[in-house]
Design a protein around this ligand. Structure first.
Ligand code: NAD
Length: 309
């Protein structure tokens, strides 16, 4: 039997409609809308697409959002100066600097940005203060993708407490924070990464398997225990025809679209996993929409908290 599809897009719509109500009542009480400022350095096509969908979502929710785009060759000092200006602006509730930054800004540029953003306006939840609060289980601004995954599990009535969760990937933006959130929800958590020996066997012990590595179709059937819940965070653009036909299936609508466009987005999880997992998030339409919904949630929370100060 094919795995239950966990419809992240539908859950995201539900979260966003709840938020729209809260945004209206914030506006009524505060006399202004929550305000999100996005900073994009350069003009990387994928980043521009992500930023556009964040701006659209904000406007749908009644959040006042706008973009400041800096040239790709801007210095890190210029980026940090802009962040400081937004920190000091009382009308701004949330600041998001789109990653990745151009490599010309040097290693560690993103960390310097996180060191500079005011934690009260840190809607990504990546500043050291908010990461510390997350570890101590008292964060108000939780990284969006991991927060969205927990929302999806909860709203799909998937038990977390007492279960074994395996997270593949240890990035600061997904792997580590989702491991921490699942731990706080009383899962037993194993984190795997590129140097984990016998990764498939470790993954196959999971009741809840989260893959966040960025490798198309990496998680195969032998990584998955029968009936496990599989959360596919990966967003991988495939351009190779052989890989596309293996992952999309010749003759499928998505394969047809690949043949027209020359590329398709797939997850980390191979489609064969659907035959063994109990539940599975699709890519696209799984974790991605939840990430944006939680960004809107964090913007509202930041605005509410700043209003109460
Ligand atoms: P990253 O590149 O920062 O980290 C990748 C992690 O995967 C590393 O910890 C690395 O150790 C691990 N890894 C890489 N190759 C591996 C292998 N062969 N075996 C085991 N572990 C391996 O990635 P990230 O920023 O966490 O993103 C991961 C994926 O999730 C990407 O495809 C990204 O596009 C996607 N993503 C999606 C969303 C969303 O909203 N759906 C949000 C953030 C990231």
């Amino acid at each position: 039997m094919a795995a239950q599809v966990l419809d992240g897009a539908a859950v995201a719509r539900q979260i966003r409609s709840e938020l729209a109500e809260r945004v209206r009542s914030f506006e009524k009480n505060a006399g202004r809308r929550p305000c999100l400022r996005i900073v994009l350095v350069g003009d990387k096509a994928d980043s521009e697409i992500y930023v556009r969908s964040k701006l659209k979502s904000a406007s749908d929710e009644g959040i006042d959002a706008s973009l400041t785009q800096l040239a790709a060759q801007s210095s890190i000092e210029k980026v940090l100066d802009l962040v400081r200006t937004l920190n000091a602006d009382p009308t701004v509730d949330g600041i998001l600097v789109q990653s990745p930054l151009p490599s010309s800004l040097g290693d560690g540029a993103m960390l310097r940005v996180f060191d500079t953003i005011d934690p009260a306006k840190d809607v990504d939840g990546f500043t050291p203060v908010n990461v510390g609060r997350l570890v101590q289980n008292r964060a108000a601004l939780v990284p969006c993708t991991p927060a969205g995954i927990v929302q999806l599990l909860d709203r799909s009535r998937i038990e977390i407490a007492g279960r074994h969760a395996v997270v593949i990937g240890r990035s600061d933006i997904v792997g580590k924070p989702i491991a921490m959130l699942l731990l706080h929800r009383h899962a037993t958590v194993t984190i795997c990464h590129s140097r984990t020996p016998d990764l498939a066997a470790t993954a196959a012990r999971a009741d809840i398997l989260v893959s966040a590595i960025g490798r198309a179709g990496f998680v195969r059937k032998n990584f998955v225990k029968a009936g496990a819940v599989v959360i596919d965070v990966g967003i991988n653009r495939v351009t190779d025809a052989a890989v596309a036909s293996a992952l999309l299936g010749e003759g499928s609508l998505r394969h047809e679209s690949f043949l027209k466009k020359g590329s398709a987005v797939v997850g980390d999880v191979h489609p064969e996993v659907s035959a063994i997992a109990g539940a599975l998030t699709p890519v696209p339409g799984g974790v991605g929409p939840l990430t944006i919904a939680m960004l809107m949630h964090n913007t509202l929370v930041a605005a509410e908290q700043r209003q109460r100060r």
